[in-house]
Design a protein around this ligand. Sequence first.
Ligand code: PLP
Length: 436
Amino acid sequence: MLHDNITLGENGHLYFAGMDTVALAKKHGTPLYLIDENKIRENCRTYISCVKKYFGEKSIPLYASKALCYLDIYRILKEEGTGVDVVSGGELYTALKAGFPASLMFFHGNNKTNTEIDFAVKNDVGYFVVDNVEELEEVNATAARYGIKQNILLRLSPGIDPHTHKAVVTGSVDSKFGTAIETGQAMELTKYAISKSNIKLVGFHCHIGSQIFDHIPFSDAAKIMLAFIAKVQAETGVLVEMLNLGGGIGVRYIEEHPKVEMDSIFRSIKTEVDAFCQINNVKAPTILFEMGRYVSANAGMTLYTVGSFKTITGYKSYVSIDGGMPDNPRYALYQSPYTALIADRAGEKKTVVATIAGRCCESGDLIQENAPLQSCKKGDTLAVLVTGAYNYAMSSNYNRLPKPPIVSIYNKKDNVVVKRESYEDLCKNELATVNV
Ligand SMILES: Cc1ncc(COP(=O)(O)O)c(C=O)c1O
């Protein structure tokens, strides 16, 4: 199947991480997020070993919390020896509460609030990835208040289009993220950062987009960033220590997606970086990468129960499930492709083509349109594969649906790591109207 943790059991059921998904659906109820802890660890190890092999021991990959964030994941990340990127006070709080070392945290975001900046400085966050001049001034002022010098990287936009879907392209010049090199604004901001007394500029960051399957966009971004680093050194005398090239390594959601050759991607980036540095007489800083969906996407699967199957004569078929855009908004947002199966009969041929519809009052509440599926009926378990990234993390309570639990599987044992929300949970922050 798509990934080696997705298999077919002797009983014809779909197995995930060595466990029968139909039995898991029965035991824990649906909708249900499954997470394969062994796969998260394996993905971290592959990524870390490739990066260290080519970029050295100091090059510790950072996990992009936005892909999947809950307390227990930080235990795994800490044990695997990653750093983390956080993008909000909420992610930062979760990582701190889980005991993840603040010194290995990089705080991202294009509009961190003053409260979040204070919270991060107070908790000794290792690095801010500063987006703009207002943030730079606030971080400097906050660091001064706490009597420290805060390490920062500046987020720049190198102007690279990695030819992926527009909604996930973030490194081009016309972007809400970062400061453009092309316009000269990045150099201005750099000089301003260097002039601030409670800031230490340790490097630069860029993130060019997602679902990138080859090295070329990363190599191109690296060269633009290295040229900028050399220019900064020539104009200011400051040689930064870090270049963070962000995330974006692609994931196989459907058969048509290629398998990612991690070693080859990082080897090629390294070859191009070395050649560029040699020709241009540039000293390469420590190069960092961020791993988002690569770590968690194929470590996840979502199980639903089929409620109805209808065929509109002359049109198409719909299979309705007990979840939808509140637990996975990615198809509704940007038509993300997914693979789906009827877990009860996973070994059978896919003889049906149906649109998988969620249960919200929204005709765009779809998980996939015209998906090939095994024949199905009410009560079957429908599995959507490779949902470990940007599903739970993007989930909502739209239509007042409680969020599904996360069941983490480790060495063929299932543990609830996030409880299913109750109706009571939905009301917990709400105050009854007081009539006066
Ligand atoms: C700054 C930054 N780093 C890393 C990532 C992770 O990207 P991916 O999950 O595609 O690897 C993102 C995703 O948007 C990002 O914005």
